[in-house]
Structures are given as structure tokens and as C-alpha cells.
Design a protein. Structure first.
Length: 119
């Protein structure tokens, strides 16, 4: 079964950190660009960050630049999103997705992991 599985979400205080993981099973992530998205109920899903298959071209939404870092370990078939200096407005369900280009429609989606930033 081809799937992406996110993990690492949870409850954290403002200013805290979390690291999300996106692991693939049934296929290799090596040939895909991987994006992280987030969605708050009632709002549109937004792109947070994306990394190319080689890992050389990460990009970030303005709202997370300087606080979030995307990385990948192709040997472990996993992509990470390190989130620092978290704010309440970062609260959302975070999804990872695999595509053939960071601007292309994703082919595979994970099920999502909840991130809640609250005191």
C-alpha cells in the first residue's frame, strides 16, 4: 500500500518547538518533491514549505520563514519539518504530500497530524 504517514504533532506552548516527520511506505520518496501543508477547519489549506527531490531547493511561506526548516533523509525515506518559535496561529492540521514538482498537484497525501500551540 502506497502511503505517507505524518507524526510528531502535539500540544506545545507558544515559543516552543516540534519536529514533524513524513515517512513513506510502499514507494520511495527519492524521486518526489515533498511539501508540507496545513489547514484550519473552515479555512483553505495553505502551503507551508516544500523541498525538491535532491533537497537543494527548499521554499517557505512568508508566515514561517526563519522559524521552520524542511529537510529530508532519502536513506530513511523521510522528510522532516522542524518548527521553532511556534505561535498560536500555527495551530492546524499539518499534512505532507508528494508531487513531481513543488508547484504541481500532489500525487500522494498523508492523513495529517494535529499541531496545537497554546498556553
Amino acid at each position: 500500500q502506497l502511503q505517507l504517514v505524518e507524526s510528531g504533532g502535539g500540544l506545545v506552548q507558544p515559543g516552543g518547538s516540534l519536529r514533524l516527520s513524513c515517512a513513506a511506505s510502499g514507494f520511495s520518496l527519492n524521486y518526489y518533491d515533498i511539501g508540507w501543508f496545513r489547514q484550519v477547519p473552515g479555512k483553505e489549506r495553505e502551503g507551508v514549505s516544500c523541498i525538491s527531490s535532491s533537497g537543494s531547493i527548499p521554499n517557505y511561506a512568508d508566515s514561517v520563514k526563519g522559524r521552520f526548516t524542511i529537510s529530508r533523509d532519502n536513506a530513511k525515506n523521510t522528510v522532516y519539518l522542524q518548527m521553532n518559535s511556534l505561535k498560536p496561529e500555527d495551530t492546524a492540521i499539518y499534512y505532507c504530500a508528494a508531487s513531481l514538482g513543488c508547484g504541481a498537484s500532489p500525487i500522494y497525501w498523508g492523513q495529517g497530524t494535529q499541531v496545537t500551540v497554546s498556553s
